[in-house]
Ligand binder design. Sequence first.
Ligand SMILES: *Cc1c(COP(=O)(O)O)cnc(C)c1O
Length: 386
Amino acid sequence: MIPYGRQQIVQADIDAVVDVLRSDFLTQGPVVPQFESTVAQRVGSAYGFAVSSATAALHVACLALDLGEGDWLWTSPITFVASANCALYCGAKVDFVDIDPRTYNMSVEALEKKLEVAKKIGRLPKVVVPVHFAGQSCDMRGIRALAEVYGFKIIEDASHAIGGTYLGEPVGNCRYSDIVVFSFHPVKIITTAEGGMAMTNDPQLARRIGLLRSHGITRDRAVMTHEPDGPWYYQQVELGFNYRMTDIQAALGLSQMARLDEYVAARHSLANRYDKLLEDLAIVRPWQHPDAFSAYHLFTVRISNRPGNRSRRAVFEAMREAGVGVNVHYIPVHLQPYFSAMGFRSGDFPNAECYYSEALTLPLYPTLSTQQQDTVVSSLREVVKA
Ligand SMILES: *Cc1c(COP(=O)(O)O)cnc(C)c1O
């Protein structure tokens, strides 16, 4: 089966991991801070906090922004459930903003309309989480302008988007947001097996995120409520978690960072090749906004449900049958039973639902060979035309 995504592990990655395994520190050693500063420098943020997953990063990001009971977090329905769950972890409530039908990212017009209504009924969000779908940045200028008017905070879920740019600058520099989150799951752009990172430029948020990922304890006297009992002393100043990344994982991530540009370039060249090879088929190919240079995590096409066409389901099943690991990104989060129990219904976010009914993700990863890609294309071609 040709998978929809997969990691590349080279000898340098293995050597870097083995070096840590032979060293004094498997965790809380020197490699995590090296990985953090390498990523922060690369994306142009002041701080980076490596954590055990992007989900953990979203959780501590919400807590650092004081999201809690009675607050609302808004995100896109076309995302992985984690972008919404982070609100529920904090006791806050979740709502969604419909997508733009071309980019599949949160629609700024829909956001603005929803904010106008929310203001009237006193239900403005405290935090908005735009998700850079498939690695293409949202319209961050537009979202930031609305944040200035309505006073919400912004966490960019950039799980798909490390290595991408927006208006010529790296995604992750926090120019338009309070916090940016990356994922290093093996299907994403670079990997640490499990892992994530929260980027920020704000020293106060940085302090909170640093505490929250490690039990809420500090050795910084300036933060303590009283004089240390002795040189061994640490103090718990709030309720945190163990969301730390290990040095083993950080070594893998640091080694992978050396190939970030190569990976994104390989994804682009394969995406461009798909684009040409699929030109004549009656499917919708990904649209690229001129403001964004995508990291191209996903290559998602739409199979129209018009009568006479093969349905998305039929195409999905036939391609899987042919050994092509197509996938669907994503099931709209508001239609998950756990969320519909909160009152969401089908019809609430029509662009997201229409997109979902047609979406099909084709395999895309740096080591996908052109022969494998040709297999994907001929299989899709055969099935769509049949
Ligand atoms: C993968 C992903 C996450 C979760 O990442 P983990 O590192 O697996 O926790 C969150 N949001 C989006 C959009 C993702 O694709």
